[in-house]
Design a protein around this ligand. Structure first.
Ligand code: SAM
Length: 217
C-alpha cells in the first residue's frame, strides 16, 4: 500500500539535498530507474556517468531502505574519491507521482528493467507502461531522451513495444542504434532480476525508445 508515501506538491518543493547532500547543488536529476528493486543498475551506471544525478524509485519500503543503506555504505567506502554521490533512492509510487518530482523535460533517461508483468488481462491497468503513463513519461523526458525497457515476459515486451511505438511522442530505436549505445548492454545483467533470469536460463527482450520533438501546433 502507498497511502503513507510523502511526495512533493511540485518539483520545486523537492529538496534533493536529502538524497545527494551537497552534490545536488547546481545539478538536477537526469536518470530515473523506475521500480529499481535492489538498485544494481544505479550502482553500475554511477561510475560511468559520475557527474549525472540518478534516482531509483521503488515502492517497497524494505527494498528502498536496503538500497539506501547500500548506497550510504558505498559512499563511505569510497569517500576519498567521492564515488557514488550521484545515486540515490526514493520510496515512491512511480505510477502516481512522476510530475510531482520532475519538471517538464527534466530527464534524459528512464529505465524500466524487468517490471512486474501482471499477466492477467484485467490487471493491465496496473502495468507501468500504459497510454496514460506514457504521456506522463513524455512530459518529464526531454527531446531525444530515452526510455529503456527489458523483460523476460514476452507478452509484456510486446505490450510495452506496442504502447510506446504507437505513442506520437516516441519512436523505437533500431538494432544498430541500440548496439551503438553502451548503456544497452547494462540492461541485461546489472540487476537482481536480470541475474535471476540468467540463472534460470530465461530469454530477455530489450527495447529502447526515443522521445520525439513535440509536433508544431
Ligand atoms: N528493476 C529491478 C530489477 O531489474 O531487478 C526490479 C524488478 S522487480 C520484478 C519490479 C520492482 O518494481 C519491484 O521491486 C517492485 O516493488 C517495484 N514496483 C512495482 N510497482 C511500482 C511502482 N508503482 N512504483 C515504484 N516501484 C514499483
Amino acid at each position: 500500500s502507498d497511502h503513507d508515501i510523502e511526495y512533493p506538491l511540485t518539483p520545486d518543493h523537492m529538496d534533493w539535498s536529502k538524497q545527494y547532500g551537497e552534490f545536488a547543488t547546481g545539478r538536477r536529476v537526469e536518470f530515473a530507474d523506475i521500480g529499481c528493486g535492489y538498485g544494481g543498475l544505479l550502482m553500475r551506471l554511477s561510475p560511468k556517468f559520475p557527474d549525472t544525478l540518478m534516482i531509483g524509485m521503488e515502492i517497497r519500503v524494505k527494498v528502498s531502505d536496503y538500497v539506501n543503506e547500500k548506497i550510504q555504505a558505498l559512499r563511505k567506502h569510497h569517500a576519498e574519491v567521492g564515488h557514488y554521490r550521484n545515486i540515490a533512492v526514493l520510496r515512491s509510487n512511480a505510477m502516481k507521482y512522476m510530475p510531482n518530482y520532475f519538471h517538464k523535460s527534466q530527464l534524459s533517461k528512464m529505465f524500466f528493467l524487468f517490471p512486474d508483468p501482471h499477466f492477467k488481462n484485467k490487471k493491465h491497468k496496473w502495468r507501468i507502461i500504459t497510454p496514460t503513463l506514457v504521456s506522463e513519461y513524455a512530459y518529464v523526458l526531454r527531446e531525444g531522451g530515452l526510455i529503456y525497457t527489458i523483460t523476460d515476459v514476452k507478452d509484456l515486451h510486446e505490450w510495452m513495444v506496442k504502447h510506446l511505438s504507437e505513442h506520437p511522442l516516441f519512436e523505437r530505436l533500431t538494432d544498430d542504434e541500440m548496439n551503438a549505445d553502451p548503456v544497452v548492454e547494462m540492461l541485461y545483467d546489472s540487476t537482481e532480476e536480470g541475474q535471476k533470469v540468467t540463472r534460470n536460463e530465461g530469454e530477455k527482450w530489450p527495447a529502447v525508445f526515443r522521445r520525439l520533438p513535440n509536433p508544431a501546433l
